[in-house]
Design a protein around this ligand. Structure first.
Ligand code: SF4
Length: 289
């Protein structure tokens, strides 16, 4: 078996920055004897979360989860960002907020706030309930999150619209929502906001799919961008697996001659290395059988 890695895979710059920021914050909190928290899973990857927990960082979903323990504590805001109201609650409780919001996400938050202030209804094309979309919506009072063209058909259009992307949606998803909205509001402002790092990972999977017999995408089960990479590979007609770690790679992969390996933007190098090693082992076992 040969295993070919996608030319771009794994940690994107925003995630790497957030994880490194959180590790430094953990060291500082430990050094000063104060508590350390991360607001939401730092990235959608269990290994990274476990490593930070080992450094003493507790993950909380809401400031209320650490009620009474925030004064003097360090709280890291993950790459997905957070709503301003949440940051205010943390600061009001006396927390030292370390903002690791990805600059790309922060740019979308800023655009959302600016258009809302000018009277636009901000529409976010992306996953409902995702930390990033909720955070961007928090910057634009009244914003709505739309996950498909079908949903866009029933979005309110009584005000001019400004459409912003969740950074990890595909261009196709974004454009489908945009076109559905534009048919109802031709004056829609197309802000965009899909991240180049996501685009590069998708383009790399598209290339890979043409060169291999099967694709394995490694990443957290709740990682939206990992799921999208696996769906993309499958949509190109290649058998594709989304696994969270090497142990989840099924034995049947051993029968493929050429396997492509990709990983979501929140997947650390160790997970990728272990997945590659497991695939090569399966290939060897299959060749001996
Ligand atoms: S995918 Fe892009 S926007 Fe999201 S964290 Fe990575 S670099 Fe930032």
């Amino acid at each position: 078996m040969t295993v070919t890695r996608a030319r771009t895979l794994g940690f994107c710059p925003g995630v790497r920055r957030a994880v490194e920021t959180a590790e430094r914050a953990a060291a500082r909190a430990a050094g000063s004897g104060s508590s350390g928290f991360v607001l939401g899973q730092i990235v959608h990857n269990p290994r990274v979360s476990a490593r930070l927990a080992g450094l003493g960082m507790e993950t909380i979903d809401d400031p209320d989860d650490a009620s009474g323990r925030l004064a003097g504590a360090t709280v890291v805001i993950r790459s997905h960002g957070a709503a301003p109201e949440v940051l205010e609650r943390l600061r009001a409780a006396g927390a030292d907020v370390v903002d690791a919001t990805c600059p790309r996400v922060a740019a979308n938050q800023k655009a959302a706030a600016a258009y809302a202030a000018r009277g636009y209804l901000v529409v976010i094309a992306g996953d409902k309930g995702h930390g990033e979309t909720l955070g961007v919506a928090g910057h634009a009072p009244g914003a709505v999150i739309v996950s498909s063209a079908a949903e866009a058909a029933s979005a309110p259009t009584d005000r001019p619209l400004a459409l912003i992307a969740q950074t990890t949606v595909s261009e196709a998803e974004y454009e489908a929502v945009r076109d559905a909205l534009r048919s109802r509001r031709p004056d829609l402002i197309d802000v965009g906001g899909v991240c180049a790092a996501s685009r590069e990972r998708r383009a790399a999977v598209e290339e890979l799919a043409g060169e291999v017999d099967a694709v394995v995408v490694v990443g957290g089960r709740n990682s939206a961008n990992t799921r999208r990479l696996a769906e993309l590979a499958a949509s190109l007609g290649v058998p594709a697996w989304h696994v969270e770690n090497a142990a989840e790679i099924p034995d049947e992969l051993g029968r493929y001659e050429r396997v492509g390996l990709s990983a979501g933007a929140s997947t650390p190098d160790e997970d990728i290395d272990e997945a590659e090693a497991r695939l090569l082992e399966l290939g060897l076992a299959a060749s001996r059988a």
